[in-house]
Design a protein. Structure first.
Length: 272
Protein backbone atom coordinates (compact mmCIF):
# COMPACT_ATOMS: atom_id res chain seq x y z
CA UNK A 1 0.00 0.00 0.00
CA UNK A 2 1.34 3.45 -0.93
CA UNK A 3 2.96 5.32 1.95
CA UNK A 4 0.69 8.37 1.57
CA UNK A 5 0.57 8.93 5.33
CA UNK A 6 4.31 8.81 5.94
CA UNK A 7 5.22 11.06 8.91
CA UNK A 8 1.55 11.89 9.50
CA UNK A 9 -0.28 11.45 12.80
CA UNK A 10 -3.95 10.51 12.61
CA UNK A 11 -6.27 10.55 15.62
CA UNK A 12 -9.11 8.02 15.46
CA UNK A 13 -12.17 9.32 17.31
CA UNK A 14 -14.41 6.30 16.70
CA UNK A 15 -14.22 3.47 19.25
CA UNK A 16 -15.68 0.90 16.85
CA UNK A 17 -13.12 -0.88 14.63
CA UNK A 18 -10.41 1.48 15.89
CA UNK A 19 -7.78 -1.26 15.73
CA UNK A 20 -8.64 -2.01 12.10
CA UNK A 21 -8.42 1.66 11.14
CA UNK A 22 -5.15 2.01 13.05
CA UNK A 23 -3.73 -0.83 10.95
CA UNK A 24 -4.75 0.97 7.74
CA UNK A 25 -3.00 4.12 8.90
CA UNK A 26 0.15 2.14 9.72
CA UNK A 27 0.03 0.38 6.34
CA UNK A 28 0.11 3.80 4.68
CA UNK A 29 3.11 4.84 6.76
CA UNK A 30 1.26 6.94 9.32
CA UNK A 31 1.06 6.94 13.11
CA UNK A 32 -2.42 6.22 14.49
CA UNK A 33 -3.61 7.53 17.84
CA UNK A 34 -6.74 5.88 19.22
CA UNK A 35 -8.62 8.72 20.91
CA UNK A 36 -12.23 7.64 21.51
CA UNK A 37 -14.49 10.71 21.51
CA UNK A 38 -17.53 8.57 22.24
CA UNK A 39 -18.30 5.90 24.78
CA UNK A 40 -20.22 2.70 24.29
CA UNK A 41 -23.44 2.73 22.30
CA UNK A 42 -26.10 0.84 24.23
CA UNK A 43 -29.72 -0.12 23.80
CA UNK A 44 -32.10 1.47 26.28
CA UNK A 45 -34.56 -1.43 26.45
CA UNK A 46 -36.97 0.15 28.92
CA UNK A 47 -37.35 3.39 26.96
CA UNK A 48 -37.64 1.52 23.65
CA UNK A 49 -40.31 -0.81 25.04
CA UNK A 50 -42.35 2.14 26.33
CA UNK A 51 -42.01 3.98 23.00
CA UNK A 52 -43.28 0.97 21.05
CA UNK A 53 -46.21 0.53 23.45
CA UNK A 54 -47.20 4.19 22.99
CA UNK A 55 -46.81 3.87 19.22
CA UNK A 56 -49.06 0.81 18.91
CA UNK A 57 -51.75 1.60 21.47
CA UNK A 58 -53.20 4.29 19.18
CA UNK A 59 -54.41 4.01 15.55
CA UNK A 60 -51.67 3.79 12.94
CA UNK A 61 -49.97 7.19 12.57
CA UNK A 62 -49.98 8.78 9.11
CA UNK A 63 -46.18 8.89 9.02
CA UNK A 64 -43.13 7.01 10.28
CA UNK A 65 -39.62 8.32 9.61
CA UNK A 66 -36.60 6.03 10.03
CA UNK A 67 -33.06 7.40 10.07
CA UNK A 68 -30.87 4.31 10.58
CA UNK A 69 -31.02 0.66 9.64
CA UNK A 70 -29.67 -0.46 13.02
CA UNK A 71 -32.39 1.57 14.74
CA UNK A 72 -35.09 -0.13 12.70
CA UNK A 73 -33.63 -3.56 13.51
CA UNK A 74 -33.62 -2.69 17.23
CA UNK A 75 -37.30 -1.73 17.03
CA UNK A 76 -38.18 -5.00 15.30
CA UNK A 77 -36.13 -7.07 17.75
CA UNK A 78 -37.86 -5.44 20.72
CA UNK A 79 -41.31 -5.81 19.09
CA UNK A 80 -40.61 -9.53 18.70
CA UNK A 81 -39.61 -9.81 22.38
CA UNK A 82 -42.82 -8.00 23.34
CA UNK A 83 -44.95 -10.29 21.17
CA UNK A 84 -46.27 -7.39 19.07
CA UNK A 85 -44.40 -8.02 15.82
CA UNK A 86 -47.58 -8.66 13.82
CA UNK A 87 -49.13 -5.46 15.17
CA UNK A 88 -46.04 -3.48 14.22
CA UNK A 89 -46.06 -4.88 10.68
CA UNK A 90 -49.78 -4.20 10.31
CA UNK A 91 -49.32 -0.65 11.55
CA UNK A 92 -46.46 0.08 9.16
CA UNK A 93 -48.41 -1.22 6.17
CA UNK A 94 -50.95 1.52 6.93
CA UNK A 95 -48.29 4.20 7.38
CA UNK A 96 -46.47 6.44 4.92
CA UNK A 97 -42.79 5.69 5.48
CA UNK A 98 -39.85 8.06 4.97
CA UNK A 99 -36.23 6.94 5.26
CA UNK A 100 -32.78 8.45 5.37
CA UNK A 101 -29.79 6.52 4.06
CA UNK A 102 -29.39 3.40 1.94
CA UNK A 103 -28.83 1.15 4.96
CA UNK A 104 -32.21 2.22 6.33
CA UNK A 105 -33.87 1.57 2.97
CA UNK A 106 -32.28 -1.88 2.79
CA UNK A 107 -33.44 -2.71 6.33
CA UNK A 108 -36.99 -1.69 5.40
CA UNK A 109 -36.95 -3.77 2.21
CA UNK A 110 -35.82 -6.78 4.23
CA UNK A 111 -39.05 -6.35 6.17
CA UNK A 112 -41.11 -6.02 3.00
CA UNK A 113 -41.50 -2.26 3.38
CA UNK A 114 -40.76 0.43 0.81
CA UNK A 115 -40.34 4.09 1.80
CA UNK A 116 -42.47 6.55 -0.14
CA UNK A 117 -40.05 9.35 0.72
CA UNK A 118 -36.28 9.17 1.00
CA UNK A 119 -33.35 11.55 1.01
CA UNK A 120 -31.34 12.31 -2.12
CA UNK A 121 -27.89 12.34 -0.52
CA UNK A 122 -27.90 10.37 2.75
CA UNK A 123 -28.26 13.45 4.94
CA UNK A 124 -30.93 14.92 7.21
CA UNK A 125 -31.03 17.97 4.93
CA UNK A 126 -31.74 15.67 1.98
CA UNK A 127 -34.58 14.04 3.91
CA UNK A 128 -36.08 17.44 4.70
CA UNK A 129 -35.93 18.39 1.02
CA UNK A 130 -37.78 15.20 0.12
CA UNK A 131 -40.47 15.88 2.73
CA UNK A 132 -41.08 19.49 1.73
CA UNK A 133 -43.84 18.78 -0.86
CA UNK A 134 -45.99 16.95 1.72
CA UNK A 135 -48.63 18.44 3.99
CA UNK A 136 -47.60 17.45 7.51
CA UNK A 137 -49.88 19.78 9.45
CA UNK A 138 -51.54 18.03 12.40
CA UNK A 139 -50.05 14.71 11.28
CA UNK A 140 -48.79 12.32 13.95
CA UNK A 141 -45.25 11.30 13.00
CA UNK A 142 -43.18 8.54 14.59
CA UNK A 143 -39.53 9.60 14.23
CA UNK A 144 -36.77 7.08 14.89
CA UNK A 145 -33.60 8.88 15.88
CA UNK A 146 -30.02 7.67 15.86
CA UNK A 147 -28.47 7.81 19.30
CA UNK A 148 -29.08 11.48 20.04
CA UNK A 149 -31.68 14.16 19.52
CA UNK A 150 -32.08 15.63 16.04
CA UNK A 151 -33.09 19.21 16.77
CA UNK A 152 -32.86 20.32 13.14
CA UNK A 153 -35.23 17.63 11.86
CA UNK A 154 -37.60 17.82 14.84
CA UNK A 155 -37.72 21.62 14.63
CA UNK A 156 -38.47 21.49 10.90
CA UNK A 157 -41.24 18.91 11.32
CA UNK A 158 -42.83 20.90 14.14
CA UNK A 159 -42.59 24.10 12.10
CA UNK A 160 -44.75 22.33 9.52
CA UNK A 161 -47.35 21.60 12.19
CA UNK A 162 -46.49 17.94 12.68
CA UNK A 163 -47.00 16.13 16.00
CA UNK A 164 -43.66 14.41 16.49
CA UNK A 165 -43.12 11.36 18.70
CA UNK A 166 -39.49 10.28 18.87
CA UNK A 167 -38.10 6.79 19.34
CA UNK A 168 -34.49 6.47 20.45
CA UNK A 169 -33.54 2.78 20.27
CA UNK A 170 -29.97 3.30 21.41
CA UNK A 171 -27.86 6.00 22.98
CA UNK A 172 -24.35 7.36 22.52
CA UNK A 173 -22.48 7.63 25.81
CA UNK A 174 -19.99 10.46 26.47
CA UNK A 175 -16.30 9.47 26.38
CA UNK A 176 -14.00 9.46 29.38
CA UNK A 177 -13.03 13.02 30.24
CA UNK A 178 -9.30 12.23 30.18
CA UNK A 179 -9.59 10.86 26.61
CA UNK A 180 -11.46 13.84 25.22
CA UNK A 181 -9.23 16.31 27.08
CA UNK A 182 -6.12 14.73 25.57
CA UNK A 183 -7.58 14.86 22.07
CA UNK A 184 -8.62 18.50 22.43
CA UNK A 185 -5.11 19.49 23.51
CA UNK A 186 -3.47 17.47 20.71
CA UNK A 187 -5.66 19.22 18.14
CA UNK A 188 -4.97 22.70 19.50
CA UNK A 189 -1.23 22.05 19.77
CA UNK A 190 -1.03 20.61 16.26
CA UNK A 191 0.22 17.26 17.48
CA UNK A 192 -2.10 15.49 15.04
CA UNK A 193 -2.41 16.04 11.29
CA UNK A 194 -5.95 14.68 11.03
CA UNK A 195 -8.85 13.47 13.13
CA UNK A 196 -11.16 10.78 11.73
CA UNK A 197 -14.78 10.79 12.93
CA UNK A 198 -17.20 7.91 12.38
CA UNK A 199 -20.31 9.50 13.92
CA UNK A 200 -21.63 13.01 14.51
CA UNK A 201 -21.82 12.60 18.32
CA UNK A 202 -18.05 12.13 18.48
CA UNK A 203 -17.42 15.69 17.39
CA UNK A 204 -20.38 16.95 19.41
CA UNK A 205 -18.89 15.48 22.59
CA UNK A 206 -15.52 16.99 21.66
CA UNK A 207 -17.06 20.40 20.94
CA UNK A 208 -19.10 20.38 24.15
CA UNK A 209 -16.01 19.58 26.23
CA UNK A 210 -13.95 22.26 24.46
CA UNK A 211 -16.76 24.80 24.88
CA UNK A 212 -17.07 24.07 28.60
CA UNK A 213 -13.31 24.60 29.02
CA UNK A 214 -13.03 27.73 26.90
CA UNK A 215 -11.15 25.94 24.11
CA UNK A 216 -13.73 25.60 21.34
CA UNK A 217 -12.51 28.50 19.23
CA UNK A 218 -8.94 27.18 19.44
CA UNK A 219 -10.17 23.77 18.26
CA UNK A 220 -12.10 25.31 15.36
CA UNK A 221 -9.07 27.41 14.42
CA UNK A 222 -6.88 24.29 14.34
CA UNK A 223 -9.35 22.62 11.97
CA UNK A 224 -9.19 25.68 9.72
CA UNK A 225 -5.45 25.31 9.46
CA UNK A 226 -3.01 22.51 10.15
CA UNK A 227 -5.47 19.78 11.19
CA UNK A 228 -7.90 18.20 8.73
CA UNK A 229 -11.19 16.67 9.88
CA UNK A 230 -12.37 13.50 8.14
CA UNK A 231 -15.96 12.22 8.29
CA UNK A 232 -16.96 8.68 7.34
CA UNK A 233 -20.13 9.86 5.58
CA UNK A 234 -22.60 12.65 4.91
CA UNK A 235 -24.51 12.36 8.18
CA UNK A 236 -21.32 12.59 10.23
CA UNK A 237 -20.11 15.45 8.04
CA UNK A 238 -23.34 17.34 8.59
CA UNK A 239 -22.87 17.06 12.36
CA UNK A 240 -19.38 18.55 12.05
CA UNK A 241 -20.57 21.39 9.82
CA UNK A 242 -23.33 22.25 12.26
CA UNK A 243 -20.65 22.74 14.92
CA UNK A 244 -18.58 25.03 12.73
CA UNK A 245 -16.24 22.74 10.76
CA UNK A 246 -16.15 23.82 7.12
CA UNK A 247 -12.89 22.19 5.99
CA UNK A 248 -13.26 18.42 5.97
CA UNK A 249 -12.93 15.29 3.85
CA UNK A 250 -15.84 12.95 3.11
CA UNK A 251 -15.42 9.80 0.99
CA UNK A 252 -17.94 9.02 -1.73
CA UNK A 253 -18.17 5.44 -0.48
CA UNK A 254 -19.29 5.83 3.15
CA UNK A 255 -17.01 3.23 4.70
CA UNK A 256 -14.14 3.41 7.16
CA UNK A 257 -11.61 1.98 4.71
CA UNK A 258 -12.64 4.50 2.06
CA UNK A 259 -12.25 7.28 4.62
CA UNK A 260 -8.62 6.29 5.22
CA UNK A 261 -7.92 6.02 1.47
CA UNK A 262 -9.41 9.50 0.95
CA UNK A 263 -7.22 10.88 3.72
CA UNK A 264 -4.15 9.24 2.20
CA UNK A 265 -4.91 10.89 -1.13
CA UNK A 266 -5.29 14.25 0.60
CA UNK A 267 -1.88 13.92 2.26
CA UNK A 268 -0.29 12.82 -1.04
CA UNK A 269 -1.71 15.85 -2.84
CA UNK A 270 -0.65 18.17 -0.01
CA UNK A 271 2.92 16.92 -0.29
CA UNK A 272 3.14 17.80 -4.00
Amino acid sequence: MAQHMKDRVVALAGPRKAAEMAKLVENMGGTPLIRPAQGTVFLDDEVLRESIENWLKEPAPPWAIFTTGIGLEAIYDMAEQMGVLDRLNATLTQTTIAARGYKTVNALKKRGLTPIVRDDDGSTSGLIRALEPFDLADKRIILQLHGESAPKLVEWLESRGAQVETILPYKHIPPREEDISLLVDEIIQGKVDAVAFTSAPQFRFLADFARDHGKLEAVLEAFRGPVIAVAVGKVTAQGLREEGIARLLVPEDERMGSMMVELGRFFAQSAN
